[in-house]
Each structure stands twice: as C-alpha cells, then as structure tokens.
Design a protein around this ligand. Structure first.
Ligand code: UDP
Ligand code: MG
Length: 316
C-alpha cells in the first residue's frame, strides 16, 4: 500500500524543516507501506521554496510543486491531488498545527471508510477570532449539508484514491470535500486528532474567511440539492411570487372597477406588479438553469449518477 501526503505551504519557511523531520520519521516507521510526500509551495515569497528544494535533493520520496503565484489553500490541495500516485492520500497543514503522529491512526481507520476526517477536539487557536466562528460554521455546515462531522476545517484528512480523483475543487471548497464526497455516496468517518498552537510563522486567514465559507456553503448546498433540477429550486419561489402578485392585482382591479377607486398611488399596486415581474424572472432563471445543467452534463459527458462497481459485463 502506498501513501501520498499532500501539504500546502505558503510562507512557512520556519516550519518546513521541522515538519519534514517529524513527517518522515512517522512515515518511515510505518511498516509494509511506502510513501511519497508532495509539498505544494503556494507562491511563497519567503525561503519556503528553496528549503523545499534542499529537502527534495536529499529525499527521493519528496515531490515539490511550486505554483506561480498564491492561488490559495484549496487550489494548492487540488494541484497536489493531480500528482498523487498513492492508494491513500493524506492531507495536512504545513504549519505543524496538525500532528504527523496522527497519520497512522487515520490510515488504520480508513479501512472501514472512504474518507476520514480529523477532529481537533482540543483546538489551540484564539477563541474569538477562530474557535467561535468555527464552532458556528461547523454547526451550520453540519445542518445544511447533512454530513455530521464535528470539525470541517481540519486539514488533516485521509482519502482513498478514487474519492480524490472524482473531485473538482473551487473557491475555499476543501473544507466541504466530505460533504461533496458524501453526496457521491462516499462513507465518511471521523477520528480525534491532536492540535497544536502555531509556533512559527503567521496564520494566513482572519475573520474575513467566515464570509467566504458561508458563500461556498450556499454554492455547495445548491449544487448538492438542485444541480440536476434547478427549476425545482427557482420554480416554487417564482410561482408563489406570481400567485401573490396576481391576487393583489385582482384585488386592486376589483376596487377600481366596482368601487371606482383611484389605485394609482397605492403602494400595494407596486408590490403586486413587482411580485409578478420577479416571479416570472425566477421561473425564467429556472428554465435557463435547466439548459445550463444539460450543457454541463452533456458537453462533458458527466452522468447524473456515480457507479461504484460493475459486475457481469466482462463477457458481453
Ligand atoms: N496556505 C496555503 N495558501 C494560502 C493560505 C494558506 O497554502 O493561501 C497553507 C498554509 O501555509 C498552511 C495551511 O495552508 O500550511 C493552513 O493555513 P493557516 O495555518 O494559515 O490556517 P489556520 O490554521 O490559521 O486556519
Ligand atoms: Mg494553521
């Protein structure tokens, strides 16, 4: 069995060498397993890349990818995934906040699953800027996606190869991989992992990440529930809106023709017209999305299902 470890690094010059020492110690101690480590330098502006080059010249199990500019953590993971050759892929942060000693535990657990996610039970990060937003985000993500995990933000995860290979990542999506994957029918597990405070270097994120995560969550939820039937999403809202607008307009017409009232200055008239127009647009949007969905699936020959195994077609 071969293990691939993928690690994104952005300006982590002080962490690279201790990281590699700890990691290779753990990986070499795992019997009957070979490994490769893929370090993805995400456009660092410090000495991260040259340190990685030194490591690579001395260790043939290391692959270094250097991105042209800073594309973000998700893109760095995606780049790493394109180069992995292992049967099991492990991802972790490059700042030593994840403990490489948890890797054997993940590999052990993944026997029963397709994806195992770490859970930073005792998280060592500032409370207000980190743990609180993350607690709220985890709660929302678990409700919205229906995948019950305690900690979506933990980078320390293990995947079976085919999970990775069927995945397209965008935005800040790496934290939603379990959600997206479970939509494909992947079995998702969770293990407790150690978390350490950041000793060297700076964190790359602040509170502004929360907003990005929320927007990505909306995208994921939409894709998950409606990507093959968008009219079912826009349609009901549109119909309801047109219906309400119709009632309001009928009522006003009634007042005008039977009670000979002036309705020109009534706010209700505006509302009625607005609801009808918005409703028609929503339905139109749903129809256009239906066409987009067909283009998406048919142009790329993407089926709307995922097959796990095929039996009995060998001798046809
Ligand atoms: N990272 C990256 N590109 C970025 C931002 C971060 O590759 O644009 C890497 C970073 O070097 C680290 C990991 O992603 O290895 C996690 O980042 P960080 O520790 O800053 O996040 P936090 O732990 O504070 O959530
Ligand atoms: Mg960190």
């Amino acid at each position: 069995m071969r293990i691939s470890v993928v690690i994104p690094l952005y300006n982590e010059e002080e962490n690279v060498i201790p990281l590699h020492e700890q990691l290779s110690e753990v990986l070499t101690s795992m019997v009957d397993k070979t490994y490769e480590i893929i370090y993805v330098d995400d456009g660092s502006t410090d000495n991260t890349l040259s340190r990685l080059q030194d490591i690579q010249t001395n260790d043939k199990d290391v692959v270094v990818l250097s991105l042209r500019r800073n594309f973000g953590q998700t893109a760095a993971f995606a780049a790493g995934f394109d180069f992995v050759r292992g049967d099991i892929i492990v991802t972790m942060d490059g700042d030593l906040q994840n403990d490489p000693h948890d890797i054997p535990k993940l590999i052990e657990t993944i026997k029963d699953y397709d994806l195992v996610s770490g859970w930073r039970k005792n998280r060592k990060d500032p409370f207000f800027s980190r743990r609180l937003p993350s607690m709220i985000a985890n709660w929302i993500i678990s409700r919205v996606t229906g995948v019950r995990l305690h900690d979506y933000g933990c980078s320390l995860k293990a995947y079976k190869r085919d999970v990775i290979k069927n995945l397209n990542l965008y935005g800040e999506m790496h934290r939603f991989i379990p959600a997206v994957a479970s939509w494909y029918g992947v079995r998702v597990g969770e293990v407790e992992t150690t978390h350490r405070a950041r000793m060297r270097g700076k964190s790359k994120y602040g509170l502004s990440r929360t907003m990005k995560v929320v927007l990505d969550l909306i995208t994921v939820k939409f894709l998950q529930s409606f990507s093959t039937k968008p009219i079912q999403f826009f349609g009901p809202m549109g119909l309801l809106s047109v219906f309400l607008g119709f009632i309001i307009s009928t009522y006003l017409a009634f007042r005008k023709f039977f009670f000979i009232e002036d309705i020109g200055g009534r706010p209700l008239l505006l509302l009625g017209a607005l609801l009808i127009i918005v409703g028609i647009q929503l339905i139109g949007m749903g129809l256009i999305s239906e066409i987009l969905v067909r283009i998406y699936h048919e142009s790329q020959r993407k089926p709307i299902y995922v097959i796990k195994k095929i039996l009995g077609t060998e001798n046809r």
